[in-house]
Design a protein around this ligand. Structure first.
Ligand code: FES
Ligand code: FES
Length: 157
């Protein structure tokens, strides 16, 4: 039994203590926007925020998360997919297959909180998520569009 705070709601889940947080989010709670890619903290498809920090949920045991920790998944950043970063993603038609993009967006939210106008080098250093469709160029462009809009008051993180 574990008690988790996910997207502002308390969830009681019946799982083994070593169950990866990713599977709890997807299979116990039913939030399937968070994806399984590699399972070994490499690809970033499973990225969520825990207390504001981007983390790879495939490699966090549910027993390592406290009931007071605030977990945010892609479903939690906007009730209607209208987050400024999601809008920039749509405007630039970023996704191809889309599989990696939830994790990408969670990483970008975290990036822009610490680097409101990131350089290409900062983007490359901090957005280490993998995209098998190689949408990296559009991702970088969309990050800059989102950053410009947010700094002009067109959305919050
Ligand atoms: S599935 Fe977690 S980093 Fe790849
Ligand atoms: S859009 Fe297909 S893996 Fe990134």
């Amino acid at each position: 039994m574990a008690k988790l705070n996910i997207n502002g709601k308390t969830r009681d889940v019946q799982v083994e203590s070593d169950t990866p947080l990713l599977w709890v989010i997807r299979e116990q709670v039913g939030l399937t926007g968070t994806k399984y890619g590699c399972g070994v903290a490499q690809c970033g498809a499973c990225s969520v925020h825990i207390n504001g920090e981007v983390m790879r949920s495939c490699s966090i045991r549910v027993s390592d998360v406290k009931p007071t920790d605030k977990i945010i998944s892609i479903e939690g950043i906007s009730p209607n997919s209208s987050h400024a970063i999601q809008k920039a993603w749509l405007a630039l038609d970023v996704p191809q297959c889309g599989y990696c993009q939830s994790g990408m967006i969670m990483s970008v939210v975290a990036l822009l909180k610490t680097r409101p106008n990131p350089t290409d080098a900062e983007i490359d250093a901090q957005i280490t998520n993998a995209c098998r469709c190689s949408t990296y160029h559009r991702i970088r462009q969309a990050i800059k569009v989102a950053a410009t809009r947010i700094s002009a008051g067109g959305g919050t993180l």
